[in-house]
Design a protein around this ligand. Structure first.
Ligand code: FAD
Length: 510
């Protein structure tokens, strides 16, 4: 018997650790443990997504004559007791690359070892685990572009099969009654949850946001729909928040409701389809065929789009390895400045930013989308993050905390990477003096103000030009056009100068 511990991999299909646990014994018992130390960092939106995904996963196992054991407690106590109760030899799980998770996993491994059980950790959450892709000198990459080239050219693993009913322990063998007892003072029975706890029982509330559905079926639907169409225009659409240009797979990738190998395989199938279309279009056209043969590496726009999407998956793996090798960046700047950055940290401005009432329409639309959907478009995440750090001069950690509270897809590595990029404290070569102008960004990426009007109802009756000019209008004009929408809380040009001075001081240039 083996035990497989599900964590950020809430699926049976294409699960490397589960496949290994199944290979390692006649029967496998799958388990999920609600750990209060982890719940302390959770949020309503993420709990909703997670509980939906767990309900589906439990159903998947039940359909195969097995069950997902669900417990609440310290995994370092639950897992040895469970392994003893089902007479398992080894407990398997998939690696999690954040510092907190690694500390916990080391503690759990020690407890299992002390109780006489083996442990086996697998790399599942990424296609190429941290440390696999290194510079020629053997160091981990701190520059994405080079990382991406090596990531792209490396062979990718195939998806892992989903276990059959015969690979899994049958329900009787893992019914709570037979799990009685446990190790030492710990009573496993007390920790087991015969039914999934409700969101309230876990200390959270149903989120105000309309969180997208969890579970593998929903993830597969999204992936299939995206790879059928939007992936072919991803390159041209992804920057425009009013277009449904991206996959919205992020909460699924965060909770592992779908495997990365399965996702990558679908993108490769899309690449092949785009290539076949391109070949069919050029067939019979001798010049085009000759061009094609010459430029083997050249991709047509549809293929280029698929490639760009794959490069986003590589960003995710880049940030995972940055966090893995630098766990301290979860609360510290990656980039060392000579002096501490003297953030302004005005509490009222932070509150206005959080409410989406800064008087900068694209910023407010993004902050309101976050509250409404527990998700925000990538371009707008960049804009609101730049606004917080470089217009309000507020420490990126305050923005990161707010995102962590509200995003269904909050992922320590990606969230941290995104915030430190925006704050010019991260891995990126992005110089501190490149500061987004929020009005120009709104005009460029939401030219018709469709996205803005969707999330900022006060501006629905205002034409796009006036929306983009909002900071430039007079008080009287603003009051006339949209009396309920706030005036800009700061002057961008003035704050830009202050931000430049702040970074110069931190660089010791003052
Ligand atoms: P798609 O464009 O469809 O991309 C597919 C997948 O690639 C995403 O689901 C994600 O897993 C990965 N990806 C895409 N862009 C990035 C990126 N820039 N960095 C890392 N991975 C990427 N992403 C998160 O998953 N969780 C976060 O908590 C998070 N916080 C962010 C905070 C800031 C300030 C910024 C600027 C970006 C953040 N991102 C985060 C990255 C990005 O915004 C989201 O991954 C993306 O918007 C999710 O939407 P999607 O699934 O439709 O993306």
């Amino acid at each position: 018997m083996t035990v497989f511990w599900h964590r950020r991999d809430l699926r049976a299909a294409d699960n490397r650790g589960l496949a290994a646990a199944v290979d390692d014994a006649d029967d496998t018992v799958p388990v999920f443990v609600f750990d209060d130390a982890v719940l302390a960092h959770a949020s309503d939106a993420r709990l909703r997504f997670m509980l939906d995904s767990l309900a589906e996963l439990r159903e998947t196992y039940r359909e195969r004559g097995s069950d997902l054991v669900v417990a609440r407690g310290d995994p370092a106590a639950v897992l040895p007791a469970l392994a003893a109760a089902v007479d398992a030899e080894t407990v398997h799980w998939n690696a999690d690359y954040s510092g907190l998770a690694q500390d916990r996993d080391a503690r759990v491994a020690d407890a299992l070892d002390a109780a006489g059980f083996d442990t086996d950790t697998h790399h599942d959450a990424v296609l190429h685990e941290p440390g696999m892709i290194r510079t020629n000198a053997g160091d981990p990459y701190s520059v994405y572009t080079y990382f991406w080239k090596k990531w792209r050219d490396r062979e990718k693993p195939d998806p892992f099969a989903s276990p059959a009913g015969s690979d899994l322990a049958d329900t009787d063998a893992i019914a709570p009654a037979t799990l009685d007892g446990g190790a030492g003072d710990f009573d496993l029975d007390d920790a087991l949850c015969p039914s999934l706890p409700s969101i309230e029982e876990l200390g959270f509330a149903d989120p105000a946001a309309d969180v997208q559905s969890g579970g593998t079926a929903a993830a597969r639907d999204r992936l299939a729909a995206f790879c059928d169409e939007a992936i072919f225009s991803y390159e041209s659409d992804r920057e425009y928040p009013a277009r449904a240009g991206s996959s919205r797979l992020s909460p699924h990738l965060k909770f592992g409701t779908i495997g990365l190998r399965e996702v990558y395989q679908a993108t490769e199938a899309a690449m092949a389809a785009a290539k076949a279309r391109d070949d069919a279009e050029t067939e019979g056209d001798a010049n085009a065929e000759a061009d094609d043969a010459e430029a083997d590496d050249e991709l047509d726009p549809a293929q280029e789009s698929v490639r760009t999407f794959q490069s986003q998956l590589a960003w995710r793996e880049f940030y995972a390895q940055v966090l893995y090798f630098n766990p301290e960046i979860v609360s510290q700047n990656y980039k060392a400045y000579e002096e501490p950055i003297e953030w302004r940290n005005d509490a009222d401005e932070l509150a206005a930013w959080k409410r989406g009432e800064t008087g900068y329409p694209i910023v407010d639309a993004g902050m309101r989308q976050l509250r409404a959907e527990a998700w925000m478009h990538n371009r707008v995440r960049m804009i609101v993050a730049s606004f917080l750090t470089k217009d309000l001069l507020i420490d990126w950690r305050a923005g990161y905390d707010h995102f962590r509270t509200h995003l269904a897809d909050h992922d320590t590595a990606n969230d941290n990477g995104g915030w430190q990029w925006a704050a010019s404290t991260g891995t990126d070569a992005q110089p501190y003096f490149r500061i987004f102008n929020p009005a120009t960004q709104g005009e460029r990426y939401d030219p018709d103000a469709e996205y803005i009007r969707e999330y900022v109802p006060e501006l629905r009756g205002v034409d796009a030009d006036a929306i983009h000019d909002w900071p430039e209008l007079s008080d009287a004009e603003r009051a006339d056009l949209a009396p309920d929408y706030p005036d800009p809380i700061v002057d961008h040009s003035h704050r830009r100068e202050q931000a430049l001075a702040m970074y110069k001081r931190a660089r010791g240039e003052d």
